[in-house]
Design a protein around this ligand. Structure first.
Ligand code: PMP
Length: 398
């Protein structure tokens, strides 16, 4: 039986490889930083979501160490059993303050938070509208809820408005910053549509928090929206905040409901309390140190100016996520391999993570990069072989 299983799986894996869709892990041998050691080789990395350069900050490391001395390592149980420590509790209060909402609730990961929110707040017979490019965890949340999942064309609020019509809608969910495109969701228009449709608006601001807005309060602050307009805000802690985990912020009723109903909250072990201590420190640094956001914005501008001058297939993105659309998976892989040969690591993102025909290099900038690192990347991009003529990128360079 085992042989049969392996044979079937091997054939499927081989097909995936032939289609340029095989994914492989690389072994990192250093803490998160641009100057990485990858599979034993020094590389300059543009792949990390550590947007503010906090993952490896001495104060955050020290907070984790002190936290381990105070709390040990494991939390020992789920939050509702006896895993909810004063460290978790204090972090939740600080996240509520940060987001300007009455309460916040920690989840072990962003993936689990999205599953938990949507399945706790919707069910069979409810309709949940989602942007076509939403993160997989939002889509999976609606599937888990057994709600009717309807997707609207990316950022097309006129079409969403038309599609919703007079239909009964429970919830509209959107990334705040799209994870593979770096563009911002049209949140002001989504707020109006949600209000008209009497639907709850959920924004997953995994890539906006820490990066955009005053003190890094994210995409909502960028647009000047307040908590009433977006009643359900989800954020992750493993990106700009440099640690791990996620949270939901909202009203007392929302948080109490999630505590009672969200299965991905109830049935899992709480993250280590020491981690909460580390996040308290990184949150304070992220709020306080505006220079990180300013430096990051300067790097984004430098990269975009340089990439435009080179005629690279750049998308509209004001964030550290700067995709270069290759078209086919093979083309994206070929470009990534060329960069790798020059000691630069950039992720080749392919279907199903992005739609068919829109495989890309996903350049991720961080406040930990220097200007000369960005210039080095631009030099390497300038030397890329142009896309094959048959490719969907047409005759655009590279
Ligand atoms: N939402 C978005 C938009 C994301 O990009 C990610 C992570 N890639 C998640 C949710 C999941 O967060 P986590 O990694 O904490 O599970």
């Amino acid at each position: 039986m085992t042989t049969d299983l392996d044979q079937v799986l091997d054939e499927a894996l081989e097909q995936q490889r032939a289609a340029g869709l095989y994914r492989r892990r690389r072994v990192q041998d250093r803490p998160q930083q641009p100057e990485a050691i990858v599979d034993g080789r020094p590389m300059l990395s543009f792949c990390s979501n550590d947007y503010l350069g906090l993952a490896n900050h001495p104060e955050v490391i020290a907070a984790l160490q002190r936290g381990a001395e105070r709390w040990g390592v494991g939390s020992g149980a789920a939050h509702l059993v006896n895993g909810h420590s004063a460290a978790h509790h204090a972090l939740e209060e600080e996240l509520a303050d940060f987001t300007g909402r009455p309460r916040a609730l920690l989840f072990s990961t962003g993936y689990m938070a999205n599953l938990g929110i949507i399945s706790a707040l919707s069910g069979r017979g409810d309709t949940v509208w989602q942007d076509r490019l939403n993160h997989a965890s939002l889509l999976d949340g609606a599937l888990l809820a057994r709600a009717a999942l309807r997707r609207y064309p990316h950022a097309d609020t006129a079409e969403l408005d038309r599609l919703i019509g007079d239909r009964d809608t429970r919830m509209i969910a959107s990334d705040g910053v799209f994870s593979m495109d770096g563009d911002l969701a049209p949140l002001p228009a989504l707020v109006l549509i949600a209000r008209r449709a009497d639907a709850w608006l959920l924004v997953d601001d995994a890539h906006g928090l820490g990066v955009l807005g005053r003190e890094g309060r994210g995409t909502l602050d960028h647009f000047g929206l307040d908590a009433d307009q977006v009643p359900i805000l989800m954020g992750t802690l493993g990106k700009a905040f440099g640690t791990f985990g996620a949270f939901v912020a909202g009203s007392d009723a929302l948080i109490e409901t999630l505590i009672q109903r969200a299965r991905s909250y109830i049935y899992t072990t709480a993250t280590p309390p020491a981690l909460a201590e580390a996040t308290r420190t990184s949150l304070a640094l992220a709020r306080r140190e505006d220079w990180r956001r300013e430096h990051l914005q300067a790097l984004i501008a430098r990269f975009r100016t340089g990439a435009n001058q080179l005629g690279l297939p750049l998308s509209e993105s004001p964030t550290p996520i700067q995709p270069l659309i290759a078209g086919s998976s093979h083309q994206a892989l070929a470009w990534a391999a060329e960069l790798e040969a020059r000691g630069i690591l950039v992720g080749a993102i392919r279907p199903p993570t992005v739609p068919e025909g829109s495989a890309r290099l996903r350049v991720c900038l961080s406040a930990a990069h220097t200007e000369s690192m960005v210039d080095y990347l631009l030099d390497a991009l300038a030397a890329l072989q142009p896309a094959a003529p048959s490719d969907e990128t047409g005759d655009r360079k590279p």
